[in-house]
Design a protein around this ligand. Structure first.
Ligand code: FAD
Length: 455
């Protein structure tokens, strides 16, 4: 009988443990379900739908080169996979294990209907494998990183297995029917020039980065430079395995880079402690935080989303996000901090916007990082440490970055670019700051003083 491989955020053929295991057992049916039901509110957002369309197209094309194809269905994944298994007479389904709460729910449900074999391979080390001396899951990154290195290197990446086709293919829906791409207006216009979704695009991105990785430490915080790998959406969709990245870059003097890559593993481990990491404060004191609400807060949130806060570095980041589906990490921190501490808007509102607009939106990474910035996370930057966006902009030399993303400021010189209002050089049409830094800082500190035991 044929064996089903249930693809999710693991859209690759190489170093794909579920595919390899299935191929060793019999004819393989590669299967993908567009599931907007199980995740509920956390179904994939707009930017990722664009990515998914192209990634599935690429996966189907590479399967075609192995005399195979991708079968598509939509609906509640556990039910749909069980139904197709029955239809083709398969009893066994292979999949890579996922840690989002809705995927765990789907895995539990599907496991009752079929023989579901779950594999590792989407992290450097299986979540839960790296433990503290007393057997717990690490809550702080630095000791986690130290312990993770004991498990490194990861197993050498496996080649694409040889696939045999079933005697009969089940019916497939058509990718075009899923309406994953934006219609009018086509906000994803710039995505095409920025990204090549799919396994080949991921491999190319990695190769391009090999020559750069030695300079990663020096350049990773400078938003005006292409100093980081931009592998995040490829890693999120599993178009390349982290083990592949590790092996390629550890040979190329990538120690600093590998440490950052490990944050991704760390986030998956945090999900073992708190699966609802994107919804629940890891520090409960934050449940009492006096977030602003009402009309004025809603209007500030909109200004932030649109990149019209009057803080050039924040606006540049938010516009880069909208145009390309990605934002530089340093600017993500500044923009998130601005929303949370300057505007006193609940981090979950910011995380939800990122969820819809990032091509790399990831339950573990997005939630962990928002909570890190807010101060509500297990490992986090204390709330009282308030980033100053204007001096951050200067420190990380963001002038060219701002001029590139905020056309109103395209002609502003280096002396004025970080704080054009402050030096009286703001061109007409560039918004006034929503709030002054000093005032915001005082307001934030008095807000956090209201929750006892939060630092
Ligand atoms: P590089 O610097 O080249 O890093 C390589 C890889 O390591 C990344 O692709 C990513 O997989 C991992 N990585 C690096 N930094 C982090 C980090 N701080 N946390 C977790 N993993 C990391 N990253 C996401 O992948 N998805 C998200 O939804 C996401 N949301 C974020 C929200 C906020 C508020 C902040 C501050 C950061 C967020 N990040 C998220 C982390 C980080 O900004 C991105 O992973 C990074 O900018 C991606 O660019 P890159 O691939 O060039 O990174």
């Amino acid at each position: 009988p044929p064996v089903i491989v249930w693809f999710r955020q693991d859209l690759r053929l190489a170093d794909q443990a579920a595919l390899a295991a299935a191929a060793a057992e019999g004819p393989v049916i590669p299967f993908y379900v567009l599931d907007d039901e199980t995740p509920g509110k956390w179904r994939i957002g707009g930017a990722q739908r664009w990515w998914l369309y192209h990634s599935l197209q690429a996966l189907d094309a590479s399967l075609g080169r192995h005399r195979s194809r991708l079968i598509l269905r939509s609906g509640k994944a556990a039910e749909v996979v069980a139904a197709v298994a029955k239809e083709v007479g398969a009893t066994r389904v292979h999949a890579i294990r996922h840690y989002e709460p809705w995927w765990r729910e789907a895995e539990d449900a599907l496991g009752k209907a079929v023989d579901l074999c779950l594999h590792d391979g989407n992290q450097l080390a299986p979540p839960g494998a790296v433990r503290t001396g007393s057997g717990g899951i690490f809550k702080i990154f630095t000791p986690f990183w130290r312990a993770l290195q004991e498990h490194m290197p990861p197993p050498a990446p496996a080649e694409v297995p040889s696939l045999s086709a079933p005697s009969r293919w089940p019916k497939s829906e058509r990718l075009e029917e899923w309406a994953l791409l934006p219609e009018k207006p086509d906000w994803a216009e710039a995505f095409d020039t920025e990204w090549t979704p799919g396994e080949a695009g991921a491999a190319e991105r990695l190769e391009d980065f090999v020559a750069e990785v030695a300079r990663y430490k020096a350049r990773r915080d400078l938003p005006a430079e292409e100093g980081t790998s931009r592998l995040s959406p490829h890693l999120h969709f599993g178009e390349i395995s982290p083990a592949t990245v590790w092996h390629r870059l550890s040979r190329a003097k990538g120690a600093e880079f590998l440490r950052e890559l490990a944050w991704r593993d760390f986030a998956q481990n945090e999900l073992l402690i708190l699966p609802e990491l994107g919804e629940a404060n890891a520090r409960e004191a934050f449940d009492r935080f006096p977030w602003r609400s009402g009309k004025a807060a809603a209007s500030d949130l909109r200004a932030w989303q649109q990149g019209r806060t009057g803080y050039p570095i924040v606006d540049a980041g938010m516009r880069q996000l909208w145009a390309t589906g990605w934002m530089h990490n340093r600017v993500r921190m500044i923009a998130a901090s601005f929303l949370i501490k300057h505007l006193l808007i609940d981090w979950r509102d910011g995380a939800a916007w990122f969820w819809d607009t990032l091509v790399d939106a990831d339950w573990g990474n997005n939630s962990l990082n928002w909570q890190w910035v807010a101060g509500s996370g297990f490992d986090s930057n204390p709330f009282g440490r308030i980033m100053a966006p204007l001096s951050q902009s200067e420190k990380f030399d963001a002038g060219d970055y701002i001029r590139a993303w905020v056309p109103e400021l395209g002609e502003v010189d280096d002396a004025a670019i970080h704080d054009p209002h402050g030096v009286g050089a703001a061109p007409e049409g560039y918004p006034e700051p929503l709030i002054g830094h000093k005032e915001a800082r005082a307001r934030a500190l008095s807000a956090v003083a209201k929750i006892k035991s939060a630092r």
